[in-house]
Design a protein around this ligand. Structure first.
Ligand code: ATP
Ligand code: MG
Length: 181
């Protein structure tokens, strides 16, 4: 869905570091025969999907993100799942408590600003392909990285398909990085 010109289609997510994205895409390409493959640059794990928001709200959202205090954690994607209409995804078999807490904190902070999230329970996943099928007997791989920041993304439709633009990035504690954006 294309957002109206003065609205932005936004979501908070954990970015997938480039090295892991390359490895995940390589594994995916060897395992999934068909479907529309997600480009590795787009790999992410959504924490909170905001949908179309007035552009004027952006600064408040960045403030909200900067106020989140949450620890960094090891994100291990060691499960496979088919979701919705043909999304094949990686997921953590046991989501770390810090991941669930981060999503909850964001949801609560957004709720306090009147932004209500989808009422479905949080199901952490990284989409690999759409219009795809999980091959039977496909053994889940294990990919992991240190989740040391979270990002506010702008989802944009381009001629080459959907692209996500980073609007801001905030460190998770222990990460020692500077907030940007
Ligand atoms: P497109 O919808 O344009 O084909 P996309 O699904 O990758 O591409 P968005 O719809 O902008 O892009 O979604 C961005 C992220 O937010 C994706 O991870 C998507 O799964 C997630 N998302 C979208 N809608 C919801 C929703 N209602 N609830 C939770 N997460 C959502
Ligand atoms: Mg979508």
């Amino acid at each position: 869905m294309q957002a109206h010109a003065d609205t932005l289609r936004l979501f908070f997510a954990l970015p997938c570091p480039p090295e892991q994205a390359t490895a995940i895409a390589q594994w995916r390409d060897g395992q999934l025969p068909g479907g529309r493959k997600v480009v590795p640059d787009n790999f992410h794990l959504t924490l909170a999907f905001l949908g179309a928001q007035p552009a004027t709200r952006l600064e408040a959202l960045k403030h909200l993100a900067a106020a989140i205090e949450a620890p960094s954690f090891e994100l291990k994607l060691d499960g496979l799942i088919a979701l919705g209409k043909g999304f094949v995804c990686l997921r953590p078999q046991s989501p770390p408590a810090a991941l669930l807490q981060l999503a909850t904190s964001l949801g609560q902070a957004l709720g306090a600003q009147g932004i209500m999230l989808d009422c479905r329970p949080f199901l952490p996943h990284l989409s690999l392909a759409r219009q795809a099928e999980l091959p039977p007997h496909c053994t889940p791989p294990t990919f992991s990285w240190a989740a040391d920041r979270f990002v506010l993304y702008l989802s944009e439709n381009t001629r080459d398909g959907v692209r996500y633009r980073e609007l801001g990035s905030w460190p998770l504690a222990g990460a020692g990085a500077e907030a940007a954006g």
